[in-house]
Every structure is written in structure tokens, then in C-alpha cells.
Design a protein around this ligand. Structure first.
Ligand code: ADP
Ligand code: MG
Length: 203
């Protein structure tokens, strides 16, 4: 409980902080990248695991990729129109510049606070302005003293799936297994392509 992020002036939500991790998959090409706001998507197994009470809206928190540096993020939780709005999506925009896309990488997120509900904006410009305000809120809230410890939370530095320190080549029963791992290939800390190559080589 000492790690509970509860920025001053914001109602604490019982389901926060919420941690999620999984492989970054291709999203639905809603053009967020062309707005300068790329959002990394999780697969449905991860999205299904979010608490029902965590409704659609914009949240802020922390994220890292393949065990790398922990960065601030803003996340939208919404309903996917491609599936009759029956299926939730979680889209994470990490407040850090990346040199390249990281599809297939392992993303970890800690959702710490709620910013606003989803609204439809009269124009794209107003939507973009709203997102920039969200980013400003996230930047500020994530500087709060009670959040600082979470940047070093062991969740972000835990061994990546398929990358346990002693990786048996012959006895597959010793490999760490979880739902997420069963749903995606092993990811290396530096490059998912490398992990795929190594995997092929051993199987
Ligand atoms: P998609 O519809 O496939 O999700 P986006 O236009 O939303 O496409 O772009 C998301 C992708 O952009 C991510 O999966 C990731 O590989 C890449 N990306 C690069 N920089 C970032 C960032 N700062 N935050 C989130 N994703 C990023
Ligand atoms: Mg996206």
C-alpha cells in the first residue's frame, strides 16, 4: 500500500495501481502515429485481464519496453468499433522518443491515475489539443513524490518471458510459463528479432 499512487486532488480508484504486461501487437491503424501520438497496443488476453471497473477513459502511468527504462505514459482505454464495441482496447503512448517501432516487444505498464472520460471532439485539432493536455497532466502527476518509488518497482525489471537467467535448452519443462508467454513468442531484452532467431535455432 505504501506504493499506492494517489496524486493530490485526484480521487483514488480502488483498482489502481494496475499492472499489465504483454507483447505489443499491431493496432487498428487509426492513424495515431500520423498525429504524432503512436499508441502501443496489447493483445486481447491482456486487455481482458483489466478490471471491469476500469472503464473507458484516459489514464496515466509508467511503462517500459523489453525491460528498458521506465517512462511516463498516457493510456486510453476504450471500446473497439471493429468488434461492435464489445471489446476493450488499451492503447499506450509512451512519453519517450524511440528510434524504431517495437512491435513484438514486451511492454509493461503500471496504470496509476485517471485523467478524464472519453469524449468526442468536434475536430481533430481539438482532439489533439485534449491529448496534449492529457500529456501535460501525466507529466505533472508523475513527478509527484509518492510515484517516484514506482519507477524502480521490480515489476519493470523482472526477467522477460523466455529469458530466465538459466535457460535450459533441452528440458522445456523448466521454462517459465504464463498465459502471456503461451500467447506469444519469447522476447529478448534488446531485440525481438534476435529472440525469434534463437528460438528457431533451438526448436
Ligand atoms: P498501431 O495502429 O499499429 O498501434 P500506431 O500508429 O498507434 O499503430 O503506432 C504504434 C506503434 O508505434 C507502437 O506499436 C510502437 O511500435 C511504435 N511507437 C514508437 N514510439 C512510440 C511511443 N512513444 N509510444 C508508443 N508507441 C510507439
Ligand atoms: Mg496504436
Amino acid at each position: 500500500m505504501e506504493l499506492m499512487a494517489r496524486p493530490a486532488g485526484r480521487a483514488a480508484l480502488p483498482f489502481l495501481p494496475f499492472f499489465a504486461e504483454g507483447k505489443v501487437i499491431k493496432g487498428f491503424g487509426r492513424g495515431s502515429r500520423s498525429l504524432g501520438i503512436p499508441t502501443a497496443n496489447f493483445n486481447q488476453n491482456v486487455v481482458q485481464s483489466i478490471p471491469p471497473a476500469m472503464g473507458s477513459g484516459v489514464y496515466y502511468g509508467l511503462a517500459n519496453i523489453d525491460g528498458g527504462p521506465v517512462s511516463k505514459m498516457v493510456m486510453s482505454v476504450g471500446w473497439n468499433p471493429h468488434f461492435n464495441n464489445q471489446v476493450k482496447t488499451m492503447e499506450t503512448h509512451i512519453l519517450r522518443q524511440f528510434d524504431a517501432d517495437f512491435y513484438g516487444s514486451w511492454m509493461r505498464v503500471a496504470v496509476l491515475g485517471f485523467i478524464r472520460t472519453m469524449e468526442s471532439y468536434p475536430s481533430l485539432d481539438e482532439l489533439i489539443s485534449a491529448i496534449h493536455r492529457d500529456i501535460a497532466v501525466a507529466e505533472k502527476e508523475l513527478e509527484e513524490p509518492e510515484v517516484q518509488e514506482l519507477y524502480r518497482h521490480p515489476f519493470f525489471s523482472a526477467a522477460l518471458p523466455g529469458m530466465s537467467p538459466i535457460q535450459p535448452h533441452t528440458d522445456t519443462s523448466l521454462r517459465p510459463l504464463s498465459n502471456h508467454i503461451q500467447n506469444g513468442p519469447a522476447i529478448s531484452p534488446s531485440s525481438s528479432h534476435l529472440a525469434h532467431d534463437v528460438q528457431k535455432g533451438h526448436q
